[in-house]
Design a protein around this ligand. Structure first.
Ligand code: SF4
Length: 444
């Protein structure tokens, strides 16, 4: 049974040193009782207390690492049900499935498309995370051959899916250096497959017919290995969503240990757009790995963007380092545009300016990651602040001319900015989408 905050407090050092990020040991104990922090955040807790705290010292959802080396991804280790309570830590892994029944040429072609599923968005590299190989052929030798290809040529960690223990065994042994996710231990094969996972140090999917069967199976498998990812055999979207939600809710609210692991789900939809809609449903609540079949870039990018937003810290707006950035082959005669350092604003403006193929400079002023009008309303994006920043980075020493374009929405700061900076200020369009036409019209 879960301990209360006061029961935990009795075992804490009571020095109130604040090293854990909480003002007192009591506040830390309360946070630990509600699973908002892990016990190891306190560096001074004694071994006796760790032992006495038992399950309370474990995170409600264990961290499980899938894959190895550069392809490895951490899953689980989440402490809240709602992002606004704190944040979600480990982004859902996107896995794209590939069938071993494809011909050799078709297989290579799809693998090559999967390997190409990476993008740059708001200054970050985003991509899929895993390649799920399905043993549709039912042939163990063919599965082994294709598993080796995925392990050698695939850019993402492998998931090996087969109902045959024989096929799984040969493929896992041949690719164990990649720590493939083995799918799956079921009520019929769990002893042999758990042993296979344990001996080769690979994570393992535990799949029951329903929630009760999955909990009972997870309890048995966890005696052999703790590298578990949970799955139920539910077939429709509503039931899958309900299962994923129950698994996470029981783990975090009730500390129900058999559900204290990451989860995996496969979309049922056939059409690519329905697959994407279904996948985002599961990512919202609370899949750690989602398997889809489409491998078109236009379908995958929205999923990556969704994950990027869902797993950001809601208390920390995405921002770029305040500075002056070149666009194209900018030199000291190129025009200067001014915006804020909110990532979405900055990269929207940067994208529009880049599309003109005209060199320019983009000044990302420090506004704590807020957008143009928000920053202006908060007094962070006005003539004085921008002029101060121009002075701080010695902008006049880098640029020969003294003309700058500001967003049309804040035309009101033109006069004070001219007065404080000594630069001539031009009023640009309200929206970034108007910049290409503006740049060409001004030959700026
Ligand atoms: Fe108390 Fe440990 Fe936090 Fe220090 S780090 S305030 S001892 S819980």
């Amino acid at each position: 049974m879960a301990l209360t905050g006061l029961q935990i407090f009795k075992l804490m050092p009571k020095t109130n040193c604040k090293k854990c990020g909480h003002p007192t040991c009591l506040a830390f104990s309360m946070a630990l009782a509600s699973s908002k922090i892990a016990l190891d955040a306190c560096p001074y807790v004694s071994d006796e207390a760790k032992e006495a705290l038992g399950a309370a010292s474990l995170p409600p959802v264990l961290k499980v690492t899938l894959g190895a080396g550069e392809k490895a991804r951490d899953t689980g280790d989440e402490t809240v049900l709602f992002r606004h309570d704190k944040r979600f830590f480990h982004p859902t892994c996107i896995a794209v499935s590939i069938s071993d029944s494809l011909s050799d040429d078709e297989f290579e072609e799809k693998l090559s498309k999967i390997n190409d599923l990476e993008f740059e968005r708001v200054g970050e590299r985003v991509s899929i995370d895993a390649i799920a190989l399905n043993n549709d052929s039912g042939d163990a030798d063919n599965f082994l051959k294709k598993a080796k290809i995925v392990a050698e040529k695939g850019k993402y960690f492998p998931i090996l899916i087969s109902s045959s223990v024989e096929a799984l065994t040969s493929a896992v042994v041949a690719t164990k250096a990649q720590r493939p996710l083995i799918s799956a231990a079921t009520v019929d094969n769990w002893e042999a497959v758990s042993k296979l996972a344990k001996e080769n140090d690979c994570p393992l999917v535990v799949r029951g017919e329903d929630l009760d069967a999955t909990a009972s199976l997870a309890e048995k498998v966890s005696q052999v290995t703790k590298n578990i990812v949970l799955q139920t055999n539910s077939q429709n979207t509503v039931q899958k969503l309900s299962d994923l939600t129950q698994i996470r809710r029981q783990a975090i609210r009730k500390k129900f240990r058999p559900f204290g692991f990451p989860s995996i789900v496969e979309v049922s939809a056939k059409s690519p757009l329905s697959q994407i809609a279904e996948a985002t449903t599961y990512m919202s609540k609370y899949a750690s790995v989602v398997i889809i079949n489409t491998c078109e870039k236009a379908h995958i990018l929205p999923l990556c963007a969704f994950i990027q937003n869902l797993f950001s810290d809601p208390q920390q707006p995405a921002q770029v380092v305040p500075d002056i950035y070149p666009i194209g082959d900018a030199d000291d005669n190129s025009p200067v545009y001014c915006t804020t350092n909110f990532s979405l604003t900055y990269y929207t403006v940067e994208g529009e300016l880049s599309s003109t193929k005209m060199p320019a400079w983009l000044l990302a002023t420090p506004t704590d990651g807020t957008s143009v009008l928000t920053a202006w309303a908060a007094g962070k994006f006005n003539g004085e602040k921008i002029a101060e920043f121009m002075e701080e980075i010695k902008l006049s020493e880098k640029i020969k001319h003294k003309t700058m374009t500001i967003p049309g929405y804040v035309a009101v700061i033109k006069a004070p900015l001219e007065e404080k900076s000594g630069w001539k200020v031009l009023i640009g369009p309200n929206e970034a989408s108007g910049l290409p036409a503006y740049a060409k019209a001004n030959n700026a």
